[in-house]
Design a protein around this ligand. Structure first.
Ligand code: GUN
Ligand code: FE
Length: 456
């Protein structure tokens, strides 16, 4: 009994809300959730009356107890399965052009600035803080081709305490002179980046898993030669790493890709044919997928990042998430900043609902499904479903302490509100002002105050 008490670092008492399946949100009322010094959830007790808290605490020092009020609840942190760190610099701009023209006109010139490491440090500090503040406790980041700036992004993520996959982008063809690599430098720098990122995690006994993982990141097939794609597939195998890229986002992109890779039967097969499609692969968009491409995704157990906000802004189209789910393909949500104008997964969730209603009202996504996609779905796409996504005992505590009664926040609660309606208001009306505290691996994240305006 005493050993248990000593190993506990924090206990929460109040309402806990999480997905237990794609169809079910569990509202744990008067819950006690125990976290150990490694940031793992070791015990959850439901329906504990106030007068019984002390006995259930079982000797844990009451100084470790955080008691929530009726307007507060705890949810799992959000998982952003697709976001571009350098593109935060033009988040909200440039929605007048479709994908390929948007890349040439806005994206590539902005990304080229990250050749400067000092610039990268300043801008990445803001991008990561903004993502965390919005409740993204796990993110799959694209950086740029620049090795030094990529290292900076890893350092900043570790300083701020987000869980992340970080990718050095590869581009050796169909790219402007100011943002292109040779095959040799691309592979050499990717290897150097992988080794840097793997060594950067503090090898402490008090963390249960690494926070930052490098991810192999061919930008998309258009920007990589067949030779480079093959070598990147080999690197992913050699280092046992996840892989991320873009797939079937836009019709012109698909046409151009098939003209470059005539030996592959479809766009999805281009990645498969180069050893880049497996259970650790995350493909963003997947808007215009043929039946056999979705079947190939399922066969390989690869995951999809649904980026509805971006798909509306760049007029890419509306992905058929219902069909993906019916085929039991792993799906999570992505903000895709800056194709998406918001770094918030709440906004991604809302755009996903609008997308599903616009596609087919009869089979549109319901709240339980949307919340699942934003949390457990994303964890599955990252192959982290045993580590994060909900509050099962044994998982690590990545969470948001939400307060629905923050002055000047967009959420108003009334006497008739229940826990369920407060939660739904947060999902559809709330923003980062309602995210009172953010936890990753059991530790409260301290955002650099000067970098992002405080709303309090
Ligand atoms: N395809 C290749 N690069 C990009 C990118 O930066 N954003 C989006 N949305 N699609 C891409
Ligand atoms: Fe993207």
């Amino acid at each position: 009994m005493h050993t248990f008490a000593a190993s506990i670092s924090k206990v929460f008492y109040g309402t806990l809300i999480h997905s237990v399946s794609i169809n079910e949100i569990e509202y744990i009322k008067q819950g006690l959730l125990f976290i150990n010094s490694q940031g793992k959830i070791v015990k959850v007790v439901k329906n504990v009356a106030q007068e019984d808290v002390e006995s259930v605490l079982d000797g844990v020092d009451s100084g470790k107890l955080v008691t929530l009020n009726d307007d507060q609840f705890i949810i799992p942190g959000f998982v952003d399965t697709h976001i571009h760190a350098p593109q935060y610099t033009f988040c909200g701009n440039g929605h007048d052009l479709p994908l390929l023209e948007w890349l040439d006109t806005y994206t590539f010139p902005r990304e080229s600035k990250f050749a400067d490491r000092d610039y990268a440090r300043k801008l990445y500090t803001k991008a990561v803080a903004r993502s965390l503040r919005n409740g993204t406790t796990s993110a799959c980041w694209f950086a740029t081709i620049h090795l030094e700036a990529c290292k900076e992004l890893v350092d900043i993520i570790l300083q701020q305490g987000q869980r992340a996959y970080v990718g050095k982008v590869n581009m050796n063809q169909n790219s402007p002179d100011f943002l292109v690599e040779t095959t040799e430098s691309s592979v050499r720098d990717t290897r150097a980046f992988i080794e840097y990122a793997q060594a950067a995690n503090p090898s402490s006994e008090d963390a249960s898993s690494a926070l930052v993982t490098p991810i192999v990141t061919p930008r998309f097939a258009i920007s990589c030669t067949s030779d480079l794609l093959t070598q990147l597939g080999q690197l992913a195998t050699e280092y046992d790493l996840p892989i991320q890229s873009h797939l079937c986002e836009n019709m012109n992109e698909i046409g151009f890709t098939m003209s470059l890779f005539p030996d592959s039967v479809n766009y999805t097969s281009v990645y498969a044919d180069h050893g880049l499609l497996n259970e650790r692969t995350i493909m963003a968009h997947c808007v215009h997928m043929k039946e056999e491409e979705l079947d190939l995704m399922k066969e390989k157990n690869a995951g999809i990042s649904h980026c509805a906000n971006s798909n509306f802004n760049l007029k890419s189209g509306m992905a058929d998430v219902r069909k993906m789910l019916n085929k039991d393909i792993k799906v999570g949500l992505g903000t895709d900043v800056a194709g998406g104008y918001s770094p918030s997964i709440l906004e991604a969730l809302r755009a996903s609902r609008t997308c599903s209603v616009a596609r087919d009202m009869e089979s549109s996504l319901v709240v339980a499904e949307l919340f699942y996609l934003a949390t457990v779905g994303g964890a599955r796409v990252m192959e982290l479903e045993k580590t994060i996504g909900n509050f099962e005992v044994g998982k690590e505590f990545d969470a948001i302490l939400v307060n629905t009664a923050v002055e000047n926040s967009p959420v108003d609660v009334f006497d008739h509100d229940s826990v369920e309606t407060k939660f739904e208001k947060y999902l559809f009306v709330g923003d980062d002002r309602n995210n009172e505290k953010i936890y990753v691996q059991g530790k409260e994240v301290r955002l650099p105050g000067a970098q992002v305006a405080s709303h309090k």
